[in-house]
Ligand binder design. Sequence first.
Ligand SMILES: [Zn+2]
Length: 90
Amino acid sequence: MPSSIATSILNLPRAKFKDMEYVNDTQRTQFVRINVDSDKRYKPRCSNCGSPAPINRNGFREARDSGAFGHIVYLRFEQREVNCPNCGIL
Ligand SMILES: [Zn+2]
């Protein structure tokens, strides 16, 4: 699937579809993991006041999404912690 179509279907602003994989995990069950990258065209912003802010730390987070075609779906995306000049580290 072309990434631009997948990005449109996911409807995640400021994010881009990277890839997807079918995971057979004994802790959960079989599921589809959709990996999403941050759109590097946008600078990070503070979630509290909306000001542009430098990244303090980043990592990845996984969240369950609505299922598709009978499969459990998880989204894996980058979560940024910013150091806002107004609000501090968020
Ligand atoms: Zn702020």
